[in-house]
Ligand binder design. Structure first.
Ligand SMILES: O=C(CO)[C@H](O)[C@H](O)COP(=O)(O)O
Ligand SMILES: [Co+2]
Length: 220
């Protein structure tokens, strides 16, 4: 069964705790938190304070997606705030392996994200060291963008390498951006198992129904 991770980016920021309760009661598996610094991506969102404020309000796995420069400098702050998993962008890390070690040393799940134009090969040397590869299916920075179909080949290549390297069940493939009914089917057919969904879940009134429809669409 696919893991559904609604992205807080599309929630109502005036009532964040209620929004999180709504998706938790509606059947979400994880909560995806998009951290943007206005440098790595052309948008600014929030930092560890929001993660810390929401931590006592939910038992969902808090999946922190760092779209920031020098993410290694902020791993401790997000783990201290309550993150269960920290994902960094390969394009933002000069010493990717060391950054992964820093995350793992804190006892949380480590993820590495790839922008749509970044080749899958960039993550292959560290595949055995991580828990999750995040394939960006839109250019990071904003919610509500259209899914980029060329990312499907990248998902399929990663699925194949995970199998070849004996990492099935240890390394998950997550997708983020433009995931809705239709694209959920395409990405899961290609090999993804963790679906981040912002607009298609938080952007509608009945979140439970939206998540159930995503699960039904997913080929898992
Ligand atoms: O990382 C992100 C943007 O950089 C978000 O998680 C993503 O855009 C989700 O939004 P949507 O489902 O509306 O595309
Ligand atoms: Co994200």
């Amino acid at each position: 069964m696919a893991i559904i991770a609604p992205s807080l980016l599309a929630a109502n920021f005036a009532t964040l705790a209620e929004e999180v309760r709504d998706i938790e009661q509606g059947g979400a598996d994880w909560l995806h938190l998009d951290v943007m610094d206005g440098k790595f991506v052309p948008n600014i969102t929030f930092g560890p304070l929001v993660v810390e404020a929401l931590r006592p309000r939910t038992s969902l796995f808090m999946d922190v997606h760092l779209m920031i420069e020098k993410p290694e400098a902020y791993v401790d702050a997000f783990v201290d705030a309550g993150a269960d998993g920290v994902t960094v962008h390969v394009e933002a890390c000069a010493h990717l392996h060391r950054t992964i070690q820093t995350i793992k040393a804190r006892g949380v799940k480590a993820g590495v994200a790839l922008n749509p134009a970044t080749p899958a090969e960039w993550v292959r040397p560290v595949l055995a060291d991580i828990d999750l590869v995040l394939v960006m299916t839109v250019n990071p920075g904003f919610g509500g963008q259209a899914f980029i179909p060329s990312t499907l080949k990248k998902i399929a290549a990663l699925r194949e390498w995970i199998r070849e390297d004996g990492l099935d069940g240890r390394v998950a493939i997550q997708v983020d951006g433009g995931i809705a009914q239709g694209t959920a089917r395409l990405v899961t057919e290609a090999g993804a198992s963790v679906l981040v969904a912002g607009s298609s879940v938080f952007g509608v009134r009945d979140r439970a129904k939206a998540m159930a429809e995503l699960r039904a669409d997913a080929a898992l």
